[in-house]
Ligand binder design. Structure first.
Ligand code: HEM
Length: 473
């Protein structure tokens, strides 16, 4: 039975808790975040579930989410079998670690990524190079219909990978394309609470295929192999006097640091690379995929973006970050895409690091806390007709206006997205390069443009094709 004082929620059943009930609603509603939304409509902004062994508290709406994201005791990340599986049974990496190791690793990663251009002019130059490559490649393919749901994968990853590992991949690099496909599959396989494998870890022995264990291990092995090879190559070619990239910087730090708690070990290096690779590729590519999809669905919006660019930038050069401030409609389109697509609908799971009180309810230490960013972005009390794609809602008197709490695509607080500046620059430059160069038209073989994505840790656009017509012919 649920202890007294816990937040409201559906009745718990022995062993499975609310798992079966959750699954049944998931079959009907199709998305994890919609099941959480349905429960929050019944029970309020703080809902408590038991999923196998895990207590999960979902918070919805601005007030409750603001409480969670601004209080230190919610800055933990969940622990458990699933969360440790990718990091050798330990709490490593950056996305799902906490405490001293996380603090040190987050600071180290940010500081050294900055040394290699992150958030600076060099980063913009790298992205510009990637956009040129992509546009050229799309031009070659444009006599046919082009798949666009994953068109940005390699270019987006290249920017991060140059800072991390000092190398980039060609757009047709088969090994990388396969790797990105398995990252994509991994994001579809799991959910933010850790899924069945975290709730009932014994299932890895009883039904390894059904609970996702076999597939997860297969994906991880391929990722580890790729990263191990990259790290081994760095060891062989590292120069003792200077670091070329984040991996080099980490290897140097391993030699000088004596503090064992700060985590400069071989396993942590691999885990950090894995986390940044996964966090940095899928989210941005999916967001760009949705942006293209909405432009195809709403040709009037596409036309306004192109007219704005023609007026401000002209046709003789491509848009740069300096133009952003003068392209308010374009920026509003990018924001509206993030609001409506909700690529990470439940953010990244948090954990209560001690038993605490939330809106008069007891949240026990160790509870997994999910923040429904979806509930904020789709709140009809704040956003009129939230299901409509309407970029003008982000404009006032021709200028971009952004509410502080009702738009949180990158989260908030100490756990806020580490890659936000890279993500925003990639997003703006790839999107504007696309629309500057091409008219995007619907696939004539389809009757309707479907914008409902695929469920998972992030929401991804379903595979779709576009007809690209050059704006320069
Ligand atoms: C449009 C693209 C992106 C979106 C929408 C996004 C969104 C988010 C969100 C919502 C969180 C969780 C915040 C929380 O826990 O409350 C997060 C965390 C994180 N993101 Fe991003 N992200 C994006 C791109 C990136 C990129 C490019 C990187 C690569 C460097 C990255 C690295 C991370 C990391 C490492 C964390 C965990 C931070 C921590 O736990 O301290 N993200 N992101």
């Amino acid at each position: 039975r649920k202890p007294k004082g816990y937040p409201p929620g559906p009745k718990w059943w022995p062993i499975v808790g609310n798992y079966l009930q959750f699954r049944r609603r998931l079959t009907v509603l199709g998305y994890h975040h919609l099941v959480h939304e349905e429960f929050s409509r019944t029970y309020g902004p703080v809902v408590c579930f038991k999923m196998g062994r895990n207590i999960v508290v979902t918070v919805s709406g601005v007030e409750a989410i603001r409480e969670v994201l601004t209080r230190d005791e919610f800055d933990g990340r969940p622990d458990g079998f699933f969360f440790r599986l990718r990091t050798f049974g330990k709490r490593l990496g950056i996305v799902f670690s906490d405490g001293k190791l996380w603090q040190r690793q987050r600071k180290f990663s940010l500081q050294h990524l900055k040394n290699f251009g992150f958030g600076k002019r060099e980063m913009e130059a790298k992205i510009a190079e990637e956009t040129r490559d992509l546009i050229e490649d799309l031009r070659k393919k444009s006599s046919d219909l082009v798949f666009m749901h994953n068109a940005f994968d390699v270019g987006v990853l290249n920017v991060l990978w140059t800072m991390m590992a000092g190398e980039r991949f060609t757009l047709d690099d088969v090994r990388l394309i396969k790797l990105l496909q398995i990252v994509h599959d991994a994001f579809r396989l799991f959910d933010m609470s850790g899924g069945l494998l975290n709730q009932l870890p014994v299932l890895r022995f009883l039904a390894p295929g059904c609970c996702g264990y076999t597939k997860t291990v297969e994906i991880l092995k391929r990722m580890w192999l790729f990263l191990e090879e990259t790290i081994a190559e760095h060891r062989k070619t590292a120069c003792s006097s200077h670091s070329r990239d984040l991996i080099d910087a980490f290897l140097r730090e391993m030699q000088i640091t004596s503090d064992s708690d700060s985590g400069f070990t071989d396993e942590q290096l691999l885990s950090l690379c894995l986390d940044l690779f996964m966090a940095g590729s899928e989210t941005t590519s999916n967001t760009l995929g949705f942006a293209v999809l909405y432009m195809v669905k709403y040709p009037g919006v596409q036309k306004r973006v192109q007219e704005e660019m023609d007026e401000v930038v002209g046709r003789n050069r491509w848009p740069t970050m300096n133009d952003k401030i003068n392209l308010p409609y374009t920026e509003a389109v990018l924001m509206e895409t993030q609001r409506l697509a909700n690529v990470p609908p439940l953010g990244v799971a948090h954990r209560a690091t001690r038993t605490t009180n939330l809106f008069g309810y007891t949240v026990p230490e160790g509870a997994i806390v999910l923040t429904s960013l979806y509930s904020i972005h789709m709140d009809d009390a704040f956003w009129k007709d939230p299901k409509e794609f309407r970029p003008d809602r982000f404009l006032r008197d021709g200028k971009v206006t952004c509410p502080e709490w009702s738009f949180l695509p990158f989260g908030y607080g100490k756990r806020r997205c580490l890659g936000e500046s890279l993500a925003k620059t990639n997003y703006f430059l790839f999107f504007t390069a696309m629309l500057h160069n091409f008219f995007l038209h619907k696939d004539p073989d389809t009757t309707e443009v479907v914008t409902d994505g695929c469920d998972g840790v992030t929401i991804s656009p379903r595979p779709f094709r576009v007809r690209l017509a050059s704006r320069y012919d």
